[in-house]
Write a protein that binds this ligand. Sequence first.
Ligand code: GRF
Length: 218
Amino acid sequence: MSEQPAIAVLISGSGSNLQAILNASERGEIPCRVGIVISNKADAYGLVRAEKHGVPTEVVDHRGFPNREEFDAKLVEIIRGNGAELVCLAGFMRVLTPVFVRAFPNRILNIHPALLPSFPGTHGPGQALSYGVRFSGCTVHFLDEGVDTGPIIVQAVVPVYDEDTVETLAARILVQEHRIYPMAIRLFFSGKLKIEGRRVRVSGEPRIPEFFHRNPDA
Ligand code: GRF
């Protein structure tokens, strides 16, 4: 049996989305393996998760580079050297420049803890709470050269309750992130995703929104 295609996962912290991807890969739910995990932080717990699964890791500390472009060029070099066919940003807290985005056209996914285009940036759950929305959620999208602006592949919705704090809302959203990130990776490797302008179509399948009530843990 030939080896499955490799993906690169980029993290900066806990790596719970990385864990969901590792689990999905080991259960055969996505047709790929995690070939490398790269972190810009040496103390990211996601590195421990990767090592527990026998996945090679690299730390590339952004502070060691004179500018974003040179940092990005180093990431590109590592990922190309590893032969990864898809790059998954999973809590990677650096904005990537066109040097990175153009190296892997339509082959970079990102997960964001809000229903884009609402609340882009680094405080999705907190901003949803202060704005007073009754529903929030998460989004997996292709990376483009903007911040959290690329074509959307999958979204999931969660309710916002009166008694929520940023932490309880973020935790409810995270449950859904762990579900939709592997789903988006599976769709990517199905070869059925077609980007038409801003819209991502799954050829041959209707687009069914993934609502929170399908998941009893939500
Ligand atoms: C997630 O909420 C993700 O959407 C955001 O950063 C967080 C990372 O969590 N981009 P983890 O490191 O995967 O646990």
